[in-house]
Design a protein around this ligand. Structure first.
Ligand code: NAD
Ligand code: UFG
Length: 340
């Protein structure tokens, strides 16, 4: 297949680029490099032994996307490009609606104009409401509680409406749970500039002595050890989920991508201690506002419809994440300055 990957210079997108290339697909990448790196695309190419085309551009530029789609004529678009910080979305909501919603609208317009009729969209488990009870099925109540989550939900609704209007169009929204891990070679993974919000990158920062200790946000949740429980999923499993989703359609579909297994903050710290063979200082602090006690996927629909099931366990996630961190103590080096 010819596939266009938006956000293919980012964490998950670059692993998808590697996998698509390795499977023999022809891959074009569009990324504005606001939070991505050309070095990630280069590593993906090296690992796959094949090249992708790269265009540095913003998906909000519809005219450029139309030219690109005409040129590439992809059979599918994997749409990763977007902003992903919950905290930043609360402070700068318009920025999130601009990049995530307006960006997706621009992409859909360009796809409509060029008759490209298949998209796979990176949604998030954050669309599930606080009232939903884990494990979350795709039918669980939706009520995102922050602008980031609302931007994902808006795009899902846009895709659903668009599919209803064009029966030949195929759109798959994949609701990721907590993606972690890296390529087992240690050459592709996640690096966060500054203090990470997410647990695993923060733990790694403590191991690298960039931060003093892990702050465990609350130990009085109704969970076995009182800390928050999440469904961590290896990024390799996530990428396989995208490959499986390429077969779906037409129409609008939505799938959870999670393992169905939850781990507490304490369990993640313990697993990482084993993976990096050293003690990780930590302390319990106040709950973080907006956190739910438990977020776990019911992955049955993806298993049934896509034949997809996560393969990797928490130890593999920690080992691979740590291998990448050891090889990239400063990330990929140059990450372009943030765009508007
Ligand atoms: P990332 O920041 O590493 O990758 C996103 C990429 O998109 C970056 O390379 C960035 O430069 C690019 N980008 C952003 N805005 C753009 C624009 N307007 N035009 C062109 N390129 C743009 O993030 P990631 O972790 O790889 O996440 C990929 C997708 O998955 C995002 O849409 C994110 O919201 C979603 N997601 C991520 C997580 C997670 O925990 N990582 C969880 C759920 C959903
Ligand atoms: N946690 C800590 N200390 C930290 C960071 C996190 O104790 O320094 C805890 C949190 O309280 C939570 C767990 O670790 O219990 C996981 O927190 P993350 O921030 O890693 O992940 P979240 O589940 O809160 O959020 C993630 C993404 C969101 C996405 C959501 C989907 O960051 O973008 O999953 O469920 F929307």
């Amino acid at each position: 297949m010819r596939v266009l990957v938006t956000g293919g210079a980012g964490y998950i997108g670059s692993l998808a680029v590697w996998r698509l290339l390795a499977l023999g697909h022809t891959v074009s990448v569009v990324d504005n490099l606001a939070n991505g790196s050309l070095a990630a695309v280069q590593s993906a190419e090296d690992l796959a032994g094949r090249a992708a085309d790269f265009v540095q551009a913003d998906i909000r530029d519809t005219d450029l996307l139309i030219r690109l789609l005409r040129d590439v004529q992809p059979q599918a678009v994997l749409h990763f490009a977007g902003l992903k910080s919950v905290a930043e979305s609360v402070a700068l909501p318009l920025r999130y609606y601009d990049h995530n919603v307006q960006g997706s609208l621009s992409l859909l317009r360009a796809m409509q104009e060029t008759a490209v009729r298949r998209i796979i969209f990176s949604s998030s488990a954050t669309v599930y409401g606080q009232a939903a009870r884990a494990p979350f099925a795709e039918t669980s109540p939706i009520e995102p509680v922050n602008p980031y989550g609302r931007s994902k939900w808006m795009v899902e609704m846009m895709l659903r409406d668009f599919c209803a209007a064009d029966p030949a169009f195929s759109a798959v929204a994949l609701r990721y749970f907590n993606p972690v891990g890296a390529h087992p070679s240690g050459r592709l993974g996640e690096w966060v500039a500054g203090a990470p919000n997410n647990l695993l990158p923060y733990i790694i920062g403590v191991v690298q002595e960039r931060f003093e200790r892990v702050r465990i946000f609350g130990d009085d949740y109704p969970t076995p050890d009182g800390s928050g429980v999440r469904d961590y999923i290896h990024v390799l499993d996530l990428v396989e989920g995208h490959c499986a989703a390429l077969q779906v359609g037409p129409g609008f579909s939505v799938y959870n991508l999670g393992t169905g297994i939850g781990y507490s903050v304490h369990e993640v710290i313990r697993a990482m201690q084993v993976a990096c063979e050293r003690a990780i200082p930590h302390e319990v602090v106040e709950r973080r506002s907006g956190d739910v006690a438990i977020s776990i996927a019911d992955p049955a629909r993806a298993r049934h419809d896509l034949g997809w099931q996560a393969q990797y366990d928490l130890m593999a996630m920690c080992r691979d994440a740590w291998r990448f961190a050891e090889q990239h103590p400063n990330g990929y080096g140059r990450v372009a300055a943030g765009a508007s």
